[in-house]
Design a protein around this ligand. Structure first.
Ligand code: ZN
Ligand code: ZN
Length: 398
């Protein structure tokens, strides 16, 4: 995940702009300063590289007590220039150890983090990360708050967005009227190159820090690219070690306890959304950006070939297709079936067609275990009730 690798992989995925990640880490920040050239619009490129534009980003972990309860919240920060990052790092280094981890941990509240960043540079954006996951998020069952007001109080007016995370999608978040004024962003939260771009945000016009930040503040994203939320690690409730996976209703019927070990179940994202929602499933607020659900091309190839996504054959076919098609997003979203038919093997093309039309089935993820997508057959285990099997109008966005 060095800058040169990020630069190249973002191009293969079809991303115009990529977050650098980890700018709070002094070693990595030094690399950013040495390897990136400012474009003068708040974005950066690697000279003689693949052309990916970078936006300065970091994730911060706050673990803190408030009114007798412990909270653990991850937050994204976007910054407009290197000088601002230098100042953020200087201030944060006095409050904790920024050398220990790419995502440093602090003992003060998220509200204080928001204030501190805003006071350094009000052009920065502070965005609660993967907002619904149980252990480290703003709404998490075991870690978070019941509302953004409760978490940010008077700083709330400077919070413009939350990240829906892999286990939830905009459709789930639309069920909370409390989020109507909040922009829902989708990022890949990648910890390895292959996972870059599994979620993304589409903006209109020439990219610049100002344009991206304005679209987030004004809620004018074009659309987001989504993982099927069932595929995320915390969609349903359950116990991984006990092999128990429950829908929110089943968990309630069991009073939140595991029928195998008797301990409280890990409460997933769907359950928390159900708890805090004040609208029925399927509600769509007026004027919200659309969302497109995708399955990563590596997974489509793997299932078409009947092997694991990590198999060498899958990587080889992936490379060939990207070389011929331009990028992963070109292949998954932009190119017509006729064009794809000229270079994509038939069974993989059928997989792309099914993904585009939403004709797939997903075994929901739970308690840290990713869900499993099946494109050519039914997923084993309990079926989720979400998009799977419905023919979706998602491609009309293009
Ligand atoms: Zn995180
Ligand atoms: Zn158990």
């Amino acid at each position: 995940m060095t800058i040169s690798v990020l630069d190249q992989v973002a191009k293969e995925k079809g991303l115009a702009v990529l977050g650098t990640g980890d700018f709070t880490h002094p070693g990595y920040f030094k690399e950013l300063e040495e390897e990136l050239e400012p474009l003068g619009n708040g974005l950066f490129v690697r000279p003689e590289g693949a052309g990916t534009k970078f936006i300065l980003s970091a994730e911060i972990s706050n673990i803190f007590s408030q009114r007798g309860k412990t909270y653990r919240v991850h937050t994204l920060v976007l910054a407009p220039d290197l000088g601002t990052v230098r100042e953020i790092n200087r201030v944060l280094s006095r409050r904790g150890n920024i050398y220990a981890d790419g995502r440093p941990i602090f003992g003060f509240s998220v509200k204080e983090l928001a204030r501190l960043i805003r006071e350094i540079d009000s052009r920065c954006l502070v965005i609660p990360a993967h907002a619904w996951t149980p252990w480290f998020s703003i709404f998490g069952a075991a870690s978070g708050f019941d509302s953004l007001e409760e978490a940010f109080e008077e700083e709330l007016e400077f919070i413009y967005a939350i990240e829906t995370g892999l286990s939830s999608d905009p459709e789930m978040n639309w069920r909370l009227s409390a989020l109507d004024s909040i922009t829902l962003v989708s990022n890949s939260d990648a910890h390895s190159p292959a996972k870059i771009g599994r979620e993304a945000n589409a903006f209109e016009g020439e990219p610049s820090y100002e344009a991206i930040s304005r679209a987030i503040r004004e809620k004018s994203l074009l659309f987001t690219v989504e993982f099927y939320p069932e595929e995320g690690k915390y969609h349903y409730d359950g116990h991984r070690s006990c092999g128990v996976v429950f829908s929110p209703q089943e968990t309630k019927a069991h009073k939140g306890l595991c029928p195998v070990c008797g301990q409280p179940l890990t409460i997933g994202v769907m359950h928390r959304v159900e708890e805090l929602a004040d609208r029925p499933p399927g509600f769509r607020p007026e004027g919200v950006p659309g969302s497109i659900h995708l399955v990563p091309l590596l997974e489509i190839i793997a299932e078409a070939e009947g092997v694991r996504p990590t198999a060498a054959r899958v990587a080889k076919i992936y490379k060939q297709l990207i070389t011929l098609g331009g990028s992963e997003f070109d292949i998954l979203l932009r190119l017509s079936y006729q064009t794809l038919g000229e270079f994509v093997p038939e069974r993989i093309l059928e997989g792309i067609r099914r993904v585009r039309e939403g004709r797939i089935s997903v075994r929901p993820g739970y308690d840290g275990l990713y869900g499993e997508v099946r494109i050519f057959s039914e997923a084993p285990g309990p079926e989720s009730s979400a998009q799977s099997g419905t023919s979706s109008p998602q491609l009309s966005l293009f």
